[in-house]
Design a binder for this molecule. Sequence first.
Ligand code: CO8
Length: 258
Amino acid sequence: MEYKNLTCEIQENIATVTLQRPKALNALNQEVLSELRHVFTEHLTREIRCVILTGSEKAFVAGADIKEMDGMTPLQSRQFARSGQLIFESIENFHAPVIAAVNGYALGGGCELALACDIRIASEKAKFGQPEVNLGIIPGFGGTQRLTRTVGPGKARELIYTGNTIDAQEAHRIGLVNAVYTPEELLAKSVEMAKTIASKAPLAVSLCKKAINMGSNMDISRAIEFEADLFAESFSSEDRKEGIEAFVQKRKASFVGK
Ligand code: CO8
């Protein structure tokens, strides 16, 4: 598929997906969403060990496309919300970690997209918010749930009810982002983290992601039992044999992802 609204560059086993609709601040219309779905579900293969998702020019994503939403019936808006939610779930459940390198505005659906990623790293210029109440609507791409699970209900309620925008430092303070860098450093620091992740046993990383994602929706006793199941799965891998042998032989492990 030829993408009109994003680019996807792959270097070794790290993919960088850049949203490229700068004239509309990378707002998510149906075409952008469909390209995002394609890249995560069909284009990127099992060889990929980490993905960096970022935006071109001054925005990460300024939200769902307000102009496109304007013409929708309530039923169409529900279908649009639902299809976006399923695409975000495919990012959340992608086999390898996804780092959101938030370069600028991450508002509404843009903040929700960043929340569907495993880790958020922000530029000093990034701005976050759920401004939907300014438009008479609510977050519809998972924001009421993922923001609450990420920063806790107190801060999530404040951001969602007021529609206020916060800067990168405040997003860092409340745990919405892991780190803040200058705009010039953002991608290099994201690649550095991606390379660290990509150097680890890929199946183990993938199972960690599954344990965290699925376990957080279970009660604690079921969740830790689920962790034991996945632990046994990692224990039966070739990479476990290699990792432990390499430790004993005092050499660097070479992982194959099996
Ligand atoms: N949708 C469509 N176009 C947009 C959007 C958007 N979300 N954001 C910006 N644009 C467009 C502008 O209309 C403008 O286009 P044009 O040049 O043709 O007039 C262009 O991008 C540049 O924007 P501005 O001139 O406004 O740039 P500024 O630097 O002055 O302002 C802001 C930047 C503050 C980010 C401002 O553009 C803004 O407030 N944007 C809207 C932010 C917003 O409200 N986002 C939430 C949208 S709702 C949402 O995301 C719901 C998600 C769930 C949907 C569920 C499915 C139904």
